[in-house]
Design a protein around this ligand. Sequence first.
Ligand SMILES: Cc1ncc(COP(=O)(O)O)c(C=O)c1O
Length: 392
Amino acid sequence: MTVPMTFMNEELEQMKKAGLYGNIRTIESPQGAWVRIGGKQYLNLCSNNYLGLANDPRVCKKTKDMIDKYGVGPGAVRTIAGTMDIHLELEKKLAAFKGAEAAIVVQSGFCGNLTVMPTLTGEGDLIFSDSLNHASIIDACRLSRAKTIRYEHSDMASLRAKLKDNPTSGKKLIITDGVFSMDGDIAKLPEIVEIAEEFGAMVAVDDAHGEGVLGKGGRGIVDHFHLHGRVDVEIGTMSKAFGVMGGIVAGSATLVDYLRQKARPNLFSSALTVPDVAANMAAVEIMEESDELVKKLWSNGDYLKAEMKKRGFDTGHSETPITPVIIGDEAAAKDFSARLFEEGVFATAIVFPTVPKGTARVRAMVSAAHSKEDLDKGIEIFVSVGKKIGII
Ligand SMILES: Cc1ncc(COP(=O)(O)O)c(C=O)c1O
């Protein structure tokens, strides 16, 4: 006899009543500037496929070729029999791309955080975490059993005060998102590094939204601020700008050696699949070859933000191509997103608890795959729906 699952039904009902039950759309086409949903084409303004590589023919070709050579599955965890020469080749390419001594790839960006915090810190240690850090950082901190102390978002006085007020004989680690994905602001990494050096703390940055976006040719936040050799750990994901899936941790050769031996996602979860590795390799090669896609992404982002602002929308204080259109009221943001969808624009509403109450928004995500005509179409629909429901 199974245990009654009434608590789930009850909670799901409560979520629906509170407007917190998510409507998960199904995409019936490759990812791109436009996607098919329910048989209809929609302008895609909500994917993290920053450079449009998720369906790039060069990426697909290399993946098919490598499947012919290696098959698809790694067969085991990295430490038993799952490490293939292509994993090591990808890691070498990534380290060179990021200007780091070494890199290790794991199954996802989420796993990247699970690879770092619980391995580098434990009971008796302290983690100083930005209050707006991503959920995977929060979970990784919890799993580490270190005491996590939150500092005010990007507030260096708050970080300094927390370090000062919490002396310890254990290890100290500061962790921050590189780009905060809900607002598009960039972490004050140079100041964080200086404070860390002063207090003898390690620094880790999760560059999920900075890889392929910030720095020379998309080399990330460390490159953007010229901080090579001064940031202990760079965590990243290949699910966004790389257009594929997989996590990266880059840093010193010792760090990577240590993680290979001790990090539980490396020890107890199977290696990245052959198609993932192949596609990621092709993505790095494309980014190494030219910064054309990164430039296109930025010019699209700048154009969209400027045009939205001109039309009266509040686009917050984004410093990156992420374009939040801040509405405030949660129900109004959801209604705006639903009406945009009716008019052919796929742009999701982001509400509490993902963002603070009263700052609900529709977040527009551009990519290098969008043409100016695509963006103009999107802006036109944002404006006409925005006027209809009285947002502008
Ligand atoms: C800062 C940050 N870290 C980690 C992740 C998770 O990455 P992945 O989707 O590769 O697991 C995300 C994705 O939303 C993110 O924004």
